[in-house]
Design a protein around this ligand. Structure first.
Ligand SMILES: O=C(O)c1ccccc1NCC(=O)[C@H](O)[C@H](O)COP(=O)(O)O
Length: 219
């Protein structure tokens, strides 16, 4: 039997989208800080205001593109979410340093799943974080592509990571109502994360969201 994964709805823009996502069954909301590219960015002020009004037990994820531990800590302290999703590689400082400065705050590291080296990267980082989020994207481009691409990646690689990872994994990248069932069966992740697949003209679309949740929970 495949257990229904938890759903994180990302790129939340305001309280109304937050309420809609929660009403439809989201376990977590993604709030996107400054990024080099992507459709979901809001200001730190907006992130703090939305996060403050999200009721427990719904998780609030700050998405940060900072790569220096001190800057990641400062970013979380400006917005007060209960989870930090690091969308680029940590270049300066350590996860332990972030944990020591932010007790009780969950750490999620994004892995951009590109090839077999992504599996090694994921397994190297997994012991230091609370979860991995396996996304599409390309951090090596001149303008980094760190998420919100609307593209799927090679789920066989994500399946390998899921089977070997000591921490839960979220699957992201191009998930939509019409492919999510296949994704769940292929990867069997702990969680799903999505942005563009449940939006129309940038707005969270209740019809698409309901269709997505039906595929996840009512099969
Ligand atoms: O949406 C953005 O602007 C964004 C930019 C950089 C990193 C992450 C971003 N979005 C947040 C997410 O984690 C998305 O849910 C994830 O990348 C999947 O997006 P999509 O393929 O559009 O469902």
């Amino acid at each position: 039997m495949i257990i229904s994964p938890h759903v994180k709805i990302c790129c939340i823009r305001d309280d109304e989208e937050a309420r809609l996502a929660i009403a439809m069954g989201a376990a977590a909301l993604g709030l996107v800080g400054a990024m080099p590219s992507g459709p979901g960015v809001i200001t730190d002020g907006q992130i703090a205001a939305i996060a403050k009004r999200v009721p427990p037990p719904v998780a609030t994820f700050l998405l940060t593109s900072e790569t220096d531990a001190d800057q990641i800590i400062a970013h979380q302290q400006r917005v007060n979410t209960n989870t930090v999703q690091i969308v680029d590689a940590l270049r300066l400082g350590t996860y332990d340093q972030i944990r020591a400065a932010l007790p009780g705050i969950r750490l999620v590291q994004v892995i951009h799943v590109i090839d077999q080296s992504s599996v090694e990267e994921a397994l190297h980082i997994a012991p230091h974080v609370d979860a991995l989020l396996l996304d599409s994207g390309n951090p090596t481009l001149a303008v980094k592509e760190l998420g919100g691409t609307g593209r799927v990646h090679d789920w066989a690689l994500s399946r390998q990571i899921r089977e070997l990872s000591p921490v839960p994994i979220f699957l992201a990248g191009g998930l939509r109502p019409d492919n999510v069932r296949q994704a769940i069966e292929a990867v069997q992740p702990f969680g799903l994360d999505l942005c563009s697949g449940v939006r129309t003209n940038g707005q969270l679309d209740p019809v698409k969201l309901e269709a997505f949740m039906t595929q996840v929970f009512n099969q």
